[in-house]
Design a binder for this molecule. Structure first.
Ligand SMILES: Cc1cc2nc3c(=O)[nH]c(=O)nc-3n(C[C@H](O)[C@H](O)[C@H](O)COP(=O)(O)O)c2cc1C
Length: 258
């Protein structure tokens, strides 16, 4: 069975997961009905990013009730409202969500010193994503696939003390930012830059000018430029990296509802 993909994936984790789900679907017999569309988005602040909504804005179901497969990828903290955001978004465009899943991918703010879900999706995650694709394919082939609700998929709980510590950090950080705002954008190390333009092309927010300066008003701090730069000329020492690494190091597993 073929599937189309709508994916917003600045650092590539969601793209890998979406491709693995598609491989699982391809293992199923061809579909005589309308083919499904996979929607994959990262979780930003517990929600679907505004820029993903903008990117997918013109996507419409090719037939009323075209099956949609909802996928949120997150950095091992929590996916919270992202799948329900995505569900509302695709329903408004004529799709019927027939499955939803949350997969862990390396956190955009992960660094060697403060690893957060580093290396994920790993082989186990991708195998799980293929299995999920096969299950969804079987459901679609059985005919008239029932709609699912993203609210049926709950976050895997983190230790209460970790959640509280992280919430306290976020409160303090927000208060500090309100009192004296600091730009929340990746650094640019001109001495390392070879001027190849990779970061300019990689930025999904078109926030990097031809002089390599980042426009803080456009930057969404997604770290696409950091991951893409072949010369390590972009670095983002996010204040969130350490509290995330310290409080959300317990491995979470893929979750889905089909
Ligand atoms: C601005 C921002 C906010 C984020 N918020 C969350 C979050 O609320 N929960 C979480 O677990 N991960 C969060 N992450 C991590 C991303 O969801 C994670 O790195 C995801 O895998 C990125 O997807 P991609 O590799 O497809 O771009 C956030 C990342 C960024 C850049």
């Amino acid at each position: 069975m073929n599937a189309s993909i709508s994916c917003f994936s600045p650092t590539g984790g969601g793209e890998k997961v979406a491709q693995a789900i598609r491989r699982g679907l391809e293992g199923c017999a061809p579909c005589s009905d309308v083919e499904p569309r996979i929607f994959a988005v990262p979780v930003y602040g517990g929600h679907m990013p505004a820029l993903a909504k903008k990117r997918f804005d013109l996507v419409r179901a090719t037939a009323d009730g075209q099956p949609a497969i909802l996928v949120a990828v997150y950095g091992n903290r929590a996916f919270e409202h992202a799948l329900t955001d995505l569900e509302t978004f695709v329903r408004e465009r004529g799709f019927r969500p027939v499955a939803a899943a949350a997969f862990v991918c390396e956190h955009s703010y992960s660094t060697p010193d403060t690893p957060i879900a580093a290396g994920r999706p790993d082989a186990d995650d991708l195998q799980a994503a293929e299995q999920f694709g096969r299950l969804v394919g079987q459901k679609i082939l059985a005919g008239d696939p029932a709609s699912v609700r993203a609210t049926d998929l709950q976050d895997e709980p983190s230790p209460e003390a970790s959640v509280k510590r992280f919430a306290a950090f976020v409160r303090e950080f927000s208060a500090r930012q309100a009192a004296s705002p600091r730009p929340f954008v990746p650094e640019y190390r001109a001495d390392l830059c070879s001027g190849c333009g990779t970061c300019i092309a990689a930025c999904p927010a078109e926030a990097i000018g031809s002089d390599y300066a980042i426009d803080p008003a456009r930057c969404i701090a997604c770290c696409a430029c950091v991951k893409a730069c072949p010369a390590q000329a972009r670095r983002f020492l996010s204040p969130f990296a350490r509290p995330l690494a310290e409080n959300f190091s317990l491995r979470k597993s893929p979750r889905w509802v089909v």
